[in-house]
Design a protein around this ligand. Structure first.
Ligand code: SF4
Length: 323
């Protein structure tokens, strides 16, 4: 496995994206492990400083009651379900709420339990950049050393680089905090995946592309495992404060055509060595208020691939490596 992963590093420039015009997570897994890999989303029982009163009690303006992990199951349930699966390569995705916020010993137990499972090839930990203190970083380093044949990824919910939007979504940390966290993760050689939301109120195309270019630049790596980007369409979910603003007509959501054109421009501006973990979103249909077209994920992806082909578009084609 290690040989295979090293090979990926050496040949990233020439990686076959499995027939797609962008470097998908699926292509990354196929090259690294020779097969498809599956992600299981987990709610490990954490909370979040944006909800428990440390920074706020209201949560981010778009976040659902499930802490953006509406399909997640408990860790024990996830691990016991793996035994029934025929798939061999599983990634445990600690998705709901902030998974590095709380007691470090509890984190150690949870992350270790996941990494110890034979069929688990790695874990992906969703968190906030302001919840990566020295104790957490030491734990990540310790786990990395203990599980050398498995990976540990960190997912950072940045969403935007713009101050005005940051305040509207109630993120409660500045861009400098993200930069700092990224630099620390780079020193530890822990790959990170940055989440960006497309279609946030008040943002135009130029602003969104600015965020994408910024994250692409900071995510570039030389000679180590590639970092990633998740592009997520803004989902307005019932029960959120954003739903109230939407219902009051304070902003509109993107149409499917607008979104597809925008995602293509984003990909063209992302360095070709960065793995694209997502190009749309997986909003829970039962609480999805808008845009309704996004519920047909297969249809959106088909239209997106068709349009990429028509345009001859490719990830990284507008990205200047010498910048
Ligand atoms: S999006 Fe993340 S940081 Fe924001 S309230 Fe939800 S769980 Fe907390």
């Amino acid at each position: 496995m290690l040989t295979c992963r090293r090979l990926v590093r050496l040949t990233m420039k020439n990686v076959d994206w499995c027939g797609k015009p962008y470097y998908s997570l699926d292509a990354y897994f196929k090259h690294t492990y020779g097969t498809k890999c599956y992600k299981l989303a987990v709610d490990a029982g954490f909370t979040c400083p944006n909800r428990d009163g440390k920074l706020d009690v209201r949560g981010c303006v778009f976040c659902s009651a499930g802490g953006s992990g509406d399909f997640a199951v408990g860790l024990s349930e996830a691990l016991s379900s793996i035994d029934k699966l025929s798939e061999k390569n599983i990634v445990i995705y600690f998705q709901a709420f902030t998974n590095t916020y709380g007691d470090v010993d509890d984190m150690r137990k949870l992350f270790t339990a996941a990494l110890c499972h034979e069929q688990v090839i790695g874990i992906s930990i969703a968190t906030r950049p302001d919840c990566l203190g020295e104790d957490v970083l030491l734990l990540l380093e310790e786990l990395k050393k203990s599980f050398v044949h498995k990976f540990i990824w960190i997912e950072l919910g940045l969403q935007t680089i713009h101050r005005k939007t940051e305040q509207y979504i109630r993120r409660h940390y500045g861009l400098n905090v993200y930069d700092d966290a990224v630099n620390k993760l780079k020193l530890l050689q822990i790959p990170f995946i940055t989440h960006i939301i497309l279609g946030l109120p008040g943002e135009n195309e130029a602003m969104m592309l600015e965020t994408v270019r910024y994250v692409s630049d900071i995510s570039r790596t030389k000679g180590s495992e590639p970092n990633g980007i998740k592009l997520q369409l803004l989902h307005v979910l019932t029960g959120t404060d954003m739903a109230d603003d939407y219902m009051a007509g304070r902003f509109r959501v993107l149409s499917q055509d607008e979104y597809i054109e925008l995602v293509i421009k984003c990909l063209q501006n992302i360095d070709e060595n960065i793995v694209i973990h997502r190009i749309t979103g997986d909003g829970p249909k039962n609480i999805l208020l808008a845009p309704q077209w996004s519920a047909n994920k297969r249809g959106v992806l088909n239209s997106f691939h068709k349009r990429m082909k028509e345009l001859g578009a490719r990830q990284g084609m507008f990205n200047n490596e010498e910048k």
